[in-house]
Design a binder for this molecule. Structure first.
Ligand SMILES: [Zn+2]
Length: 81
């Protein structure tokens, strides 16, 4: 998995988790399965981000906020090459 894919997947998982939270706040009788799913989604989003959102050359983590840019800030190599 490359860093772009990791970024998209972790974003989708985080959004799904937020959707679950919204659903939990809406429901009067929150069920444990939904609470567990929400937790699992958040943990997977974080895991994908921490494990795969890295420079393909030096494996250093890319900045979490904003766009990582054209090249790695640690080793200077192009991220897409
Ligand atoms: Zn690098």
């Amino acid at each position: 998995m490359n860093y772009r894919m990791a970024r998209i997947i972790s974003l989708v998982l985080a959004l799904a988790a937020m959707g679950c939270i919204w659903f939990l706040t809406m429901s009067e009788d929150p069920n444990i399965l939904l609470v567990a799913t929400t937790g699992a989604l958040f943990i997977s989003a974080l895991a994908v981000h921490l494990i795969f959102y890295r420079c393909p050359h030096c494996r250093k983590r890319l900045p979490s906020r904003g766009h990582p840019g054209e090249s790695c800030r640690k080793c200077g190599k192009k991220l897409d090459s």
